[in-house]
Each structure stands twice: as structure tokens, then as C-alpha cells.
Ligand binder design. Structure first.
Ligand SMILES: *[C@@H]1O[C@H](CO)[C@@H](O)[C@H](O)[C@H]1NC(C)=O
Ligand SMILES: *[C@@H]1O[C@H](CO)[C@@H](O)[C@H](O)[C@H]1NC(C)=O
Ligand SMILES: *[C@@H]1O[C@H](CO)[C@@H](O)[C@H](O)[C@H]1NC(C)=O
Ligand SMILES: *[C@@H]1O[C@H](CO)[C@@H](O)[C@H](O)[C@H]1NC(C)=O
Ligand SMILES: *[C@@H]1O[C@H](CO)[C@@H](O)[C@H](O)[C@H]1NC(C)=O
Length: 212
């Protein structure tokens, strides 16, 4: 009787305890499951964000662009033209050569020549020494240029052009170099230009300068 009584209060206690234990594991499993889902969502979101950042970097910082080569300001020092008799010209000017580097790393270029032509014939050259254009900046190099019509095989067209008070020249150049990104990524890139320069013969001034 006493034993039974003792057993009786124990039994429900045991039972209650057991049922508590049985109820607890599923709820903690559920919690763990929820945590795992949350975790997976965070990882997925992080992965997407990371992929986005990498894509953005690839499209901006890591993209290697060809540096642009242009002629900037052109300052005439002297200019002589002869329209009557044997047409000729002779001039000296200072030209600013601009290397525009839009990369997120420097552009190191070798020395190169800027060539000036009259109707396809080379009439003069100027040397651009080797240098580097810093990341996202424009390197400006001033060159002195001396040109004359002495090397032209024919001055027939020159006479009529000078007669109409204009002198049109072409300037071409190509610089070879290397773009360096993050100190490890290197790529050879050459910058090219082709400019058309028009002088006003009567005012001895620059009339137009356009590069492409
Ligand atoms: C530039 O022109 C000079 C003279 O024509 C030539 O000796 C030199 O090799 C040229 N430089 C380059 C980099 O082409
Ligand atoms: C040269 O410049 C003068 C003065 O600005 C102008 O009147 C003339 O039309 C120009 N010549 C040419 C061929 O454009
Ligand atoms: C770039 O060209 C130079 C020779 O002009 C060569 O030595 C160098 O290895 C080249 N670099 C790359 C990254 O191709
Ligand atoms: C440069 O441009 C002129 C006209 O603007 C063109 O006749 C010439 O063929 C071009 N040269 C090169 C090397 O692209
Ligand atoms: C300069 O030349 C360019 C290209 O040939 C032309 O579009 C532009 O109108 C010219 N500008 C002037 C002021 O003549």
C-alpha cells in the first residue's frame, strides 16, 4: 500500500518528466531547423552581394581600357607662307600631347613619334619620351615642332590651298605601353591618334584642331 502510494506519485512525475523530454526535442529540432534556414538565407544573400561586388569590380576597376591620345593646346611660335611663285610654308609651334588614362592603374608607355603630314606626306616629327600616366589621370607632354614644305614632292595643291588662306595638316601617333592594375594584372595597350589641324594663313592662327 505504502509502496504503491510511493509508486503512484512517482509515476506521474516520471511520466510528466518523460513527456516533457519527449516534447522538448522536437521543438529544439524545429528551432535548429529554422536557424539553419536563416543561416542558409544569409549565406545566399552574402553570396549574391559578393557576386554583385565582383561583377561591379570586373566592370569598373578591373576593366582595362585603351588610353586615349590627343593633341591639346597648340601654340604657334612662327609661321611663314609663300603663296606666289613657288608656294611654301615654314612654321614652328609647341604642341601639347595628352595621354588620357581612365584605368584604375597606371599606364607606362614607351617613347614614340608624333608625325605631321601634309596630304599624306610626312613633313615633320616630334618625339614623346617614355613616361607613365597615373591611374585615372592625363599625362601632358609638350613637344616642339618644326615643319616646312621642303620635302613635298609637289606644291601644286599647296598653292591653291594657301591661296584660299588655309593650311590643313594631319598629325598621327601611336604609343605602345602597358596598363598595370593592382600591381599584378598587366596588359599591353597602344594609344593612337589621328588629328586634323587647320591653320588660318592670313591670321597665322590655329583655326581648328580635331582628333579622333
Ligand atoms: C622616331 O623617329 C626617329 C627618326 O625618324 C627614329 O629614329 C625613331 O626610331 C622613332 N622612334 C620610334 C619610337 O618610332
Ligand atoms: C581667317 O581668320 C579671319 C579672322 O578671324 C577670318 O575673317 C577668315 O575668314 C579666316 N579664314 C578662313 C579661310 O577661314
Ligand atoms: C608587352 O610587350 C612587351 C614588349 O613590347 C613584352 O615584353 C611584355 O611581356 C608584354 N606584356 C604583356 C602583358 O603582354
Ligand atoms: C586620319 O584621318 C584622315 C582624315 O581625317 C584620313 O584621311 C586618314 O586615312 C586617317 N589615317 C589613319 C591612319 O587613320
Ligand atoms: C573643326 O573640325 C571639325 C571636324 O572636321 C568640325 O566638325 C568642326 O565644325 C570644325 N570647327 C570649326 C570651328 O571649324
Amino acid at each position: 500500500m505504502f509502496e504503491k502510494n510511493q509508486e503512484y506519485p512517482l509515476a506521474p512525475a516520471n511520466g510528466h518528466h518523460r513527456s516533457d523530454e519527449e516534447a522538448a526535442p522536437p521543438s529544439s529540432k524545429e528551432l535548429k531547423g529554422k536557424k539553419r534556414i536563416k543561416c542558409a538565407v544569409y549565406v545566399a544573400v552574402l553570396a549574391v552581394v559578393q557576386a554583385g561586388i565582383i561583377l561591379l569590380l570586373a566592370l569598373t576597376v578591373l576593366k582595362i581600357r585603351t588610353p586615349k591620345l590627343r593633341l591639346g593646346t597648340l601654340t604657334i611660335e612662327s609661321m611663314q607662307t609663300e603663296t606666289s611663285g613657288l608656294p611654301s610654308f615654314n612654321m614652328r609651334f609647341n604642341a601639347q600631347v595628352k595621354v588620357k588614362n581612365t584605368n584604375f592603374g597606371h599606364y607606362k608607355f614607351d617613347a614614340g613619334n608624333v608625325t605631321f603630314l601634309y596630304q599624306g606626306v610626312t613633313i615633320g616629327q616630334a618625339m614623346v619620351p617614355k613616361a607613365r600616366a597615373k591611374a585615372r589621370s592625363t599625362k601632358k607632354v609638350d613637344v616642339g615642332v618644326e615643319l616646312n614644305s621642303a620635302s613635298l614632292p609637289s606644291t601644286e595643291n599647296l598653292g591653291s590651298e594657301l591661296g584660299s588662306n588655309v593650311l590643313t595638316l594631319n598629325s598621327q601617333a601611336k604609343l605602345s605601353g602597358e596598363v598595370e592594375l593592382l600591381k599584378v594584372i598587366k596588359k599591353n595597350k597602344s594609344a593612337q591618334m589621328n588629328c586634323t589641324i587647320t591653320f588660318n594663313v592670313s591670321t597665322k592662327m590655329l583655326q581648328n584642331l580635331s582628333c579622333k
